[in-house]
Design a protein around this ligand. Structure first.
Ligand SMILES: [Zn+2]
Length: 256
């Protein structure tokens, strides 16, 4: 039986805890403190740790947790991450607590960014800071083209895939998304839902790929109605590429 829950860290990070009857695996423990509190309280041991990229709020807990776990720390080929036991590349498969995960390289937010996808029990994706609900990560190290390509790779996963991203940014992302597509009914409806969830302190994550394809502007750069709704902001006599639309949206959001 697969169970996925979060341990909250910093102001808006989710450290994901994957549990099966074979054990417990963490994703991106950026802070050891809340993890230690949790495992003490729940009396569980950690088997493995999966890492998506090198930012401190994803790897900050490794030094402390390394000596406490039963298994391995698995992450991307990266000179910026210490403490990894196994470095994995695109297309490789790893096993943890009875689940098989495929590794997908998704550079853009950072150059070393990877995602972990499993369909052993159901389709689940751990994508760090690449796709957020209603938005995407900032393009820090890669190019806009790389980031757009990486998002497209994830968009080809099954639509029922549950997306476990690393931050609760949904509400502010949706406020931006509504500026991009004010007449997107699914988006407006989902915004109202998320307002209610957040007022009741309910996490908006996981989301699903199916939902994101309907409401997330960064996954909709080739969508005709998105292009139509931003045409007044662009010179629409020019046929812009998907990457150019992506760059326009990401730059617009960064400027807010
Ligand atoms: Zn990051």
């Amino acid at each position: 039986m697969l169970k996925i829950s979060y341990i909250q860290a910093y102001s808006d990070n989710y450290i994901w805890l994957i549990q099966t009857n074979e054990g417990n695996t963490l994703v991106d423990p950026g802070d050891a403190g809340p993890v230690l509190d949790f495992i003490q309280k729940e009396e569980i041991e950690i088997n493995d740790i999966l890492i998506t990229h090198h930012h401190f709020d994803h790897v900050g807990g490794l030094k402390t947790l390394k000596s406490l776990i039963k298994g391995s720390i698995i992450g991307p080929e990266s000179k910026n991450i210490n403490d990894l036991d196994y470095k994995v590349k695109d297309g490789e498969t790893i096993n943890t607590i009875g689940l098989e995960f495929s590794v997908i390289e998704i550079p853009g937010h950072t150059l070393d960014h990877i995602a972990f996808f499993s369909n052993t029990e159901k389709e689940v994706l751990f994508c760090g800071d690449t796709i957020f609900s209603g938005g995407c990560g900032r393009v820090f190290e890669g190019t806009f083209e790389q980031m757009n390509n990486s998002i497209n790779i994830l968009c080809r996963l099954p639509k029922s895939t549950e997306i476990y991203c690393a931050h609760e940014y949904t509400l502010s992302n949706l406020i931006f998304a509504k500026q991009v597509e004010p007449e997107n009914d699914e988006l407006n409806h989902y915004y109202d839902e998320v307002i209610m969830m957040r007022e009741n302190d309910i996490s908006s994550i996981p989301t699903t790929l199916n939902r994101e394809l309907q409401i997330n502007p960064f996954l909709r750069v080739s969508n005709a109605s998105l292009r139509e709704s931003i045409s007044d902001k662009l010179n629409d006599s020019v046929q812009l590429s998907d990457t150019e639309i992506f760059k326009f949206l990401r730059t617009w959001k960064d400027s807010l």
